[in-house]
Design a protein around this ligand. Structure first.
Ligand code: SF4
Length: 403
């Protein structure tokens, strides 16, 4: 195993060829070919058992959860999984477990309420000036907690039938839409040509100022981030990208190179993590992750409280854990390294920022605040003649509790 780093826990490793080293190994040309990686994904119980020792929970999970979300892991990502530890944080994210078939009373099929905000099949228009464009239902690998598992991977309870022409027509007519987020599924598994055509079509709509791609491909399939792809993406600026890394070990040498290639193409990179039990629900893991992200020129952007997706209760943590992690980062490390912790309000309320309580008191005369060390400070309010409105939090709270 090749590693880069100075032994402080923030090393970047390369595991290739790992489990694929047998029978004379695999030619580097093939290993580095993203189409080979996709063709050779681990997708069956037999393949899994060839490489790793499955626990009973995993074996039953693979057999029983296949009609919810497919199993698929690229060889690159699979090499991060140890042979004999079912509780490994990488393994918990991509290997099904029997708990996925358990129903919790809070579980939902569509926790973000996307289907009820879809004016055109595949286009979610929930916020005034931006849309989510679900361009495919396929990903390089599948995350067991995926918020869109109802449609993603093609085996869930719904099918995605994106109507591209209708979506383009809708976008042309809705001049208030200035921001389009491409997601799915994962747009970066499209061929160069298909992606270029899609971006060119969007760029022809003059009021679209800003395009974002939400993707886990640089992590699951860093081989996809070729110089040719980066050159195509750079033709469609301003184009931003949100990647999805949950654990510091996911940031390998290959992933670091891929992220640097994207950054060199002028693409601002942000990271979205999901807070997951047994994966990243502790401060030290998160701190290592955000530091490694900055080394890779990626700004930690969001930590999501895990959505109430069907069969994910074993991966969900308390909200308090997320607040504790932010409390341990804010002020204690570089501000750029501190993501915003959010809950995507169940049923379609959008992202709500959740912060430790830094404001102790606030009225028209002063605000009383505490810093990261718990020291208390007072700052005077402007004292101008404006009437400042504060959210009557207490009243909302009482109304909710006693209604
Ligand atoms: S990459 Fe994103 S869309 Fe695909 S399975 Fe993972 S969370 Fe879901």
């Amino acid at each position: 195993m090749q590693t880069l780093g100075n032994g402080d826990g923030k090393e970047f490793a390369s595991h290739a060829p790992g489990y694929w080293a047998g029978n004379g190994g695999i030619a580097p040309g093939l290993w580095n070919d993203w189409k080979w990686q996709l063709k050779n994904r681990v997708t069956s119980l037999a393949q899994l058992e060839k490489f790793i020792d499955l626990s009973d929970e995993e074996r039953s999970g693979v057999l029983l959860s296949g009609d919810k979300l497919a199993l698929a892991v690229t060889p690159h990502f699979f090499n991060l999984i140890p042979r004999d530890n079912p509780n490994d944080p990488i393994r918990r994210q991509v290997i099904p477990r029997i708990e996925e078939t358990w129903a919790s009373p809070y579980d939902m099929a569509d926790p973000c309420g996307e289907d009820s905000h879809m004016p055109v099949p595949g286009l979610v228009h929930r916020y005034p000036d931006r849309v989510l464009f679900l361009v495919t239902d396929r990903c390089a690998a599948y995350c067991r907690y995926c918020t869109r598992s109802r449609v993603v991977s093609g085996v869930g309870e719904q099918e995605l039938h994106t109507d591209f022409e209708e979506a383009f027509r809708y976008l042309e007519q809705h001049t208030e839409v200035r921001d389009v987020l491409l997601s799915g599924g994962d747009a970066l598994i499209f061929s160069d040509d298909k992606l270029d055509k899609l971006l060119t079509r969007l760029r022809a709509i003059k009021h679209i100022e800003f395009i974002r791609i939400g993707t886990r491909v640089p992590i699951f399939l860093p081989q996809r981030i070729t110089p040719e792809l980066c050159a195509i993406l750079a033709r469609h600026h301003p184009l931003w990208m949100s990647v999805h890394v949950n654990h510091p070990r996911e940031l390998t040498i290959e992933v670091k190179r891929a992220l640097e290639c994207l950054a060199n193409a002028g693409i601002p990179l942000g990271n979205q993590s999901v807070l997951l039990a047994g994966v990243n629900d502790d401060l030290e893991t998160m701190k290592t992750l955000v530091h490694k992200l900055l080394i890779c020129r990626v700004r930690p952007y969001y930590i999501y409280q895990c959505d109430l997706i069907n069969g994910s209760s074993h991966l969900r943590t308390s909200v308090a854990k997320g607040i504790e992690i932010i409390e341990g980062l804010r002020g204690h490390t570089t501000g750029y390294a501190v993501p915003q912790f959010v809950i995507d309000a169940p049923g379609g309320g959008g992202k709500v920022p959740i912060n430790p309580g830094y404001v102790l008191y606030h009225d028209n005369e002063k605000i009383v605040i505490r810093n990261y060390e718990g020291k208390i400070f007072e700052y005077p309010e402007a004292g101008d003649d404006q009437t400042v409105q504060f959210a009557p939090q207490r009243e909302y709270h009482d109304e909710y509790l006693y209604s």
